[in-house]
Ligand binder design. Sequence first.
Ligand SMILES: [Zn+2]
Length: 283
Amino acid sequence: MRFGPSGFCDKFLEKYSKSEEVPSWIIEHNLDAYEYAFNKGIHIGDEKAIKLGQIFKEYGVELSVHAPYFINFANPDDIMADKSKGYIIDSLTKMKLMGAKRLVFHPGSLTKNTREKAFELVMRRLKELSALLDEYDFEGMYICPETMGKHGQIGTVEEVAQMCAIDEKFIPTLDFGHINSYTLGGLKTYDDYVNVFKTLEKYIGERYKKVHIHFSKIMYGSKGELKHLTFEEDTEYGPDFEILAKVLKDLDIDATIICESRGSQTIDSVKMKNIFEETIDLK
Ligand SMILES: [Zn+2]
């Protein structure tokens, strides 16, 4: 199991400002993963990408990347959807220089379509993308569709499981804060968490044991996700990492767990790592 934050947290920004300074920060906190954000676009130059990759490798910190937010495989317009394929290819090309292996992306938004139609478009485009990627040398790299928190987005656990059944280059990103928000607090018991993995298993078999995880506490309303909270702020929404830790241990899941708390993502990663280690020790 690997743990780490996504992006620069508040404490990091008190002392530092550069991505090159991240790996030592991660190690200082006894963590071993980090998610780099291409959220607003792929703005890193080749030289910097290579240098960054070397530093992360030196420190032994696993690097993943979050793809641009403007990707939308449910776009009714085929030309726009083709652009989304391009953003995935551009991200992977840059990640190869950075030594990053996993690319997290948001599958798409419904816009004016029904859920069924939007999902059908996503599946068709991802099959096309899969074939397209076979023409490139992205060996050992994975694209990871994420479970989403808002009702207007594609990305329930079942939908993500079906996307990952297309090909082995897809592995699921389970964002438990999103799953809990989408289901308006559906993650409460041990079995609720087990069922998430059972749904994956139904579509991708044993591959369900290899997942990418996002974890944060998220406030939700009637249409799902509203905003990310810190572990300290949340008193009512959840989900609870304690229960997930038990399930991960019992199902023998190997995951990278990225924390997306609002501003406190490094401290909260440390909290999760401690909870997980206590869970293992309980046996
Ligand atoms: Zn995301």
